[in-house]
Ligand binder design. Structure first.
Ligand code: ATP
Length: 202
């Protein structure tokens, strides 16, 4: 899955709608200090479901909403859409018929937030599953920020294993195993409770 386009409205310094097309090959974003280069990377990571305000260089998630300038009033909502092409067919089978996949995240000042997949409301989990094992995703190796190469080189083998598992395509199965184990545990607890009730009734 390749990022084709990014659309931003009301996110950090991008008050008006900005569209960035990513061509094949390497894209470099250049500009003077403070012009918003890192905000573009933050927007990509946020749309992919980043949950930590700190990882987006803020104190609370509300900090991603444009908070006004000398000439513009603060915005009530931030919205970022990422458009991927699915020509390599790496997206899950449910998306096989789509040549393009659009992931959208919105956050209102009220705290209300929304995720959309191809303009249809969805859960954060659906977004996470879409990216698993594709090498994209908020924690995957598609975003190598300052300091990450050093982190990878200095990481312990267990930490580095995460990147290898993502590339090998086992992340999805590990996540599903974790969910299944949680369900088995809950069912075990229910069976225990049921056993107690049965013995009380008898
Ligand atoms: P550098 O080259 O110094 O790393 P940069 O081009 O990466 O800079 P960013 O860090 O992306 O710049 O952008 C910083 C700018 O974004 C600052 O001017 C800051 O005031 C602005 N900014 C950040 N959050 C918001 C927000 N919520 N509302 C309005 N402006 C914001």
């Amino acid at each position: 899955m390749r990022i084709k386009r990014l659309e931003i409205i009301g996110f950090k310094s991008f008050v008006d709608k900005v569209e960035i097309d990513f061509q094949d090959g390497v894209t470099a974003i250049v500009g003077p200090n403070g012009c918003g280069k890192s905000n573009i990377v933050d927007a990509i990571r946020w749309a992919m479901g980043e949950q930590s305000a700190r990882n987006l260089r803020g104190k609370s998630m509300e900090d991603v909403i444009f908070n006004g300038s000398e000439t513009r009033k603060p915005h009530g909502m931030a919205e970022v859409s990422l458009i991927f092409d699915n020509e390599d067919g790496l997206a899950p089978p449910a998306f096989a018929q789509y040549a393009e996949i659009m992931v959208t995240r919105r956050l209102y000042r009220s705290g209300e937030s929304e995720y959309l997949l191809n303009k249809t409301p969805c859960r954060l989990l659906d977004i996470a599953e879409l990216f698993m094992d594709t090498g994209v995703g908020r924690r995957a190796y598609s975003i190598i920020e300052q300091g990450k190469i050093g982190f990878i080189l200095n990481a312990k083998p267990e930490e580095r294993r995460f990147l290898i598992e993502e590339a090998a395509g086992v992340t999805k199965f590990k996540a599903r195993k974790k969910t299944a184990i949680r369900k088995i545990d809950a069912t075990r607890q229910n069976l225990l409770r049921l056993g107690d009730i049965i013995s009380e009734v008898n």
